[in-house]
Structure formats: structure tokens, C-alpha cells
Design a protein around this ligand. Structure first.
Ligand code: ZN
Length: 236
């Protein structure tokens, strides 16, 4: 009786010990998975392309606002927002200048080629090209995101960004994402790219808002939310 009892106790202890080892093993694996997830989030790269610059002002607003300046201001706010979320950011430009040499005969072409080279080099999960729109009819307004028609990832990203812009900027008459096959930056790049037209500089109220730091921050925050939603949905 006493002997059986001892064997039982030893058996129980052995079983408990194995159980503890097994549980620790599981915990370690789960811990490793969390670490890997964090590392994946940290290593996600996004290219922010502030459209125009240098001798190319982009659209000129009804209020005189220059698109190249609005684009850069929003791009800088967006960079800060993404970096705070642990995303690695590559900027195509960080100052007022364009991406061409004074000696370049065709500055616009040189500028676009340089942007595409940076985008291809970065191999980013997503590139967001920041622009402002313009239209002859002053009443037309609101953000709109473009993607390449043959890019399903571009389309998914565009949908995430459009949704975030419409929501966070409380757009009363929301616009929809639009496919495009002619924009150079959409055609000539290897990774998913979207063009975010944040608003219309031809609409007085929107043009005025787009020149304020407060609204630029709101736009950047919305773009940031949309990008994070896309990265999360695509497992990055
Ligand atoms: Zn533009």
C-alpha cells in the first residue's frame, strides 16, 4: 500500500513537471510570436511622395495657395504620424526643391524618373503620393484617391485611404476611389502606389482650409489611419 502510494506520488510529480515544461514551452512560443509581430510592424515601409516642387508649383489655388507647399506640409505631418506608429518612412522630397538637376533639359521628366527610382529602391508596402486637385467648376470639392487599374493592392489601399479621409474630414458628399492608367507614378512603379488628392484648390473654402496647419494635420491623420488600416488588412 505504502509502495503503491509512493509510486503514485512520483508519477504525479513527474506528470506535473512535464506539464510545467510543456506550458513554459507554449508560453515561450507565444512570446516569440508577439515579438515577431512587433518586428513585422516596425519593418513595414511606406514611401511618402510630396508632389511637385522646385520650378513646378503644381496647381495654383483660387486663393493663391501653391500645391507644392500644401503637399509638403501634409507629407511632413503624415511622416510624423506614421513614425509614431512604428512605420519606417521614406520621403521622395523633404524640402521645397524638385528632384531634378538644373542641367536637366526636361526637368519634369527627370523629376518623375527620380521619384520612381526612390519608390522602386524602397520596395515599400505602400507609396502615397500627396497632391491637391483642381477643376473648372468651383463647387467641386472633397478628397479622392487614385490607383492603377491593374493593381488589386493599390485598389485596396485606395479604399482604406478614401474611407479614412471621408470619415475623419466629415465629408458631406464623399467621392469614390478611381482607377487610372495614365499617371506616370502609377504606371512606372513596381510596388503599390496610390495618389491622394486631398482636396480641390479650385474650391475657395477647401483651398483656405488646406493652407491651415490645423486642417493639414487632420488630412495627414486621416491618411495615416487609412495607411495603417491597409497595412493591418494586408498582414503587414
Ligand atoms: Zn499635383
Amino acid at each position: 500500500m505504502k509502495k503503491i502510494s509512493m509510486e503514485t506520488i512520483l508519477g504525479v510529480l513527474l506528470f506535473a513537471g512535464l506539464g510545467l515544461l510543456f506550458t513554459r514551452g507554449i508560453q515561450k512560443t507565444a512570446g516569440e510570436a508577439v515579438t515577431e509581430e512587433k518586428q513585422a510592424a516596425v519593418t513595414a515601409t511606406v514611401v511618402i511622395d510630396a508632389g511637385h516642387g522646385g520650378s513646378d508649383p503644381g496647381k495654383i489655388g483660387i486663393n493663391g495657395a501653391r500645391e507644392k507647399e500644401v503637399n509638403l506640409a501634409i507629407a511632413e505631418e503624415l511622416k510624423a504620424c506614421l513614425e509614431e506608429a512604428g512605420i519606417q518612412v521614406v520621403m521622395t522630397r523633404s524640402d521645397a526643391g524638385g528632384l531634378y538637376q538644373e542641367s536637366d533639359e526636361n526637368k519634369k521628366q527627370a523629376d518623375m524618373r527620380a521619384r520612381c527610382a526612390i519608390i522602386d529602391e524602397a520596395g515599400a508596402e505602400l507609396t502615397v503620393s500627396v497632391h491637391q486637385n483642381s477643376y473648372p467648376a468651383e463647387s467641386v470639392r472633397g478628397p479622392q484617391v487614385f490607383y492603377h487599374a491593374q493593381s488589386s493592392e493599390g485598389q485596396k489601399a485606395a479604399a482604406c485611404l478614401q474611407e479614412a479621409l471621408n470619415q475623419e474630414l466629415s465629408i458631406t458628399r464623399p467621392r469614390e476611389i478611381k482607377a487610372n492608367n495614365t499617371y506616370y507614378i502609377l504606371k512606372k512603379t513596381k510596388t503599390p502606389v496610390v495618389i491622394a488628392e486631398c482636396g480641390f484648390l479650385s474650391n475657395y473654402e477647401e483651398a483656405e482650409k488646406l493652407t491651415t496647419k490645423d486642417y493639414q494635420k487632420q488630412v495627414a491623420h486621416a491618411l495615416c489611419s487609412g495607411i495603417l488600416a491597409y497595412l493591418e488588412a494586408s498582414g503587414g
